[in-house]
Design a protein around this ligand. Sequence first.
Ligand code: DGJ
Length: 719
Amino acid sequence: MKIRHLFLLCLIAISATLSANGKTVIPITTDDISLIYKVDDKNGRLYQSYLGQKLSFDSDIVQLPLGNEAYLTHGMEDYFEPAIRVLHNDGNPSLLLKYISHENKQLQPGVDETVILLKDDKYPVEVKLHFIAYPKENIIKEYAEISHQEKKPVTLYNYASSLLHLNGSKYFLTEFAGDWAHEVNMKETELAFGKKILDTKLGSRANMFCSPFFLLALDRKAEENAGDVLFGTIGWTGNYRFTFEVDNENGLRVLSGINPYASEYSLKPNEVFRTPEFIFTYSTEGKGKASRDFQRWARKYQLKDGEKSRMTLLNNWEATYFDFNEDKLVNIMDEAVALGVDMFLLDDGWFANKYPRSSDHQGLGDWEETVTKLPNGIGKLVKEATDRGIKFGLWIEPEMVNPKSELYEKHKDWVIHLPNRDEYYFRNQMVLDLTNPKVQDYVYGVVDNLMTKYPGIAYFKWDCNSPITNIYSPYLKDQQSHLYIEYVRGLYNVLERIKQKYPNLPMMLCSGGGGRCDYEALKYFTEFWPSDNTDAVERIFIQWGYSYFFPAKSMAAHVTSWGKQPVKFRTDVASMCKLGFDIRIHEMSQTDQQYCKEAVANFKRLDDVILDGDQYRLQSPYESQHAAVMYANDNADKAVLFAFDIHPRYAESIQPLRLQGLKEDARYELKEINLVPGTQSRLACNGKTFSGEFLMNVGIPVFSSRPTNSHVIEITEVK
Ligand code: DGJ
């Protein structure tokens, strides 16, 4: 067995190393893309020769020009932004990296790794560039390991995860920025000479303004089904930076990594500084394919329990805010049962006694049940849920503290704060110092104690409402520039311990809405909360934005009273992702209650298509007053279409909607579902059968001039 593995390994190594006129060629390939490096035999340095559609012929690859130096350093002849900047023991600030060797191996079936070793020829500093390729999903991850054997620590000022070079006639960057309750607004701009930076220095609630992903179209603006586009994201739950720099020859370099702002890193001899992973794909068929590749990869390899099912739920946050007691919660559980969802999720406001959590001004950090509110504790609630045949989930925010809390009174040294200044509060709270191992134990203990006491808890919603403010770690003392990095490492230590002890515990990642949504965190979380804004019209845009990188399964979407659209519209929007409710069901009309019940049943019946299928964005809300998204399963014998009229204009010309992802020669029956009880479908196509060819080329009329109107259509192959 071992010999077979060895043989396989060698085979991969040989097939991935070509030689052209004495130049070593290192191709990193997937089914559809190639990233090709070459070593210049004259100077021994590493160059990126190519990134784009897969090149299949070695005879072509060897003819590619050398390209641009791969992992550019500070201090030599390059004039633009470097990937790495190091200050040596003797005060020399330069680095010159030469290729030493590379190796390829299979990490697991379907996952290949190439590691390229580079070393400085004057100083004992080395950089290992790791590339992990997922051939079938066309995803490549890149990260660097930096180490040295100088006598004393060297200082790292820049330490990118990745530097990619692109050559196009034009570059169009789409960023996803916003703020609380209006996350991921897509904006596309053409890049010109110079730099454009997307970054954050918010620390914990890192993505509050700017999401850690981008897409970059070459030559022309990004299109859904055509054109070259690079999709990139960083797996780092903290400060990140993407730098896009167009140089004097119109070349573009894209540098991705931790934001080095206020974070120079003192690297000890033999310590390995491992950067986070930059994860990317390149599509020559536009954005839709790139998204489907990302979504498929995430479900299979990155998202926690990405291939397992998800629970529908009823949450009490918007239904009660802090105003609840045991009876009220038990009543809401009854509503959850009537609705047919799998779980009741208790949100903020259940804890603290000296300073009960009756508002967001106090109590954070004191994780015991408020006796006056919940005299029988969480145990009673778990039992009430279990007796009703549903699961029980619980909200926590374990990285934070209100100054008005017993935790703060006892352990001010555990709080990130400046010792000699007044404190500044974001949402009346502060961030615990996760660089401190004792604080890590405490944060881990919040989950562990609850799980030990109440093993019936089936789910956590893990919130994080404040960025890091008052930026000083009492633990790090004279190494304050490590704070942002060590905070994230501390968080991962905690999450890893939780995952080890409770491998099957699903958790939602939440950060005052979508303030955290990166793929390293999502190794530990089954889903995330995209936004506190649950207005259904806004949610169409928000879910649309996140869909470029994340599968529907990873996005929690709740029906609430925030928007005043019809309940059907709100529920249909939420049914495009992981469906939940956060509303008093008994306050709805009988018809709406009945509608919601049927919608939950339909969602559960079709969740393998919606949550695990391929997603096709058919009609953009950014380009029209309508939106449509469809999901098709692997065999394309079942699909679900969601179509929305948002605010149609008077007398606008309404065109049929062309579907995607079906089999041209198969016949499909269309059935409108999620109909309001007592109403009939208004769609002419309802109940009819069409070929895939017809549906994808002629299309079906699903849009109307009625505002906030929606249709859900189940599409089934007739065999
Ligand atoms: C912010 C979250 O985004 C909300 O869903 C809710 O859990 C509140 N925090 C509770 O304080």
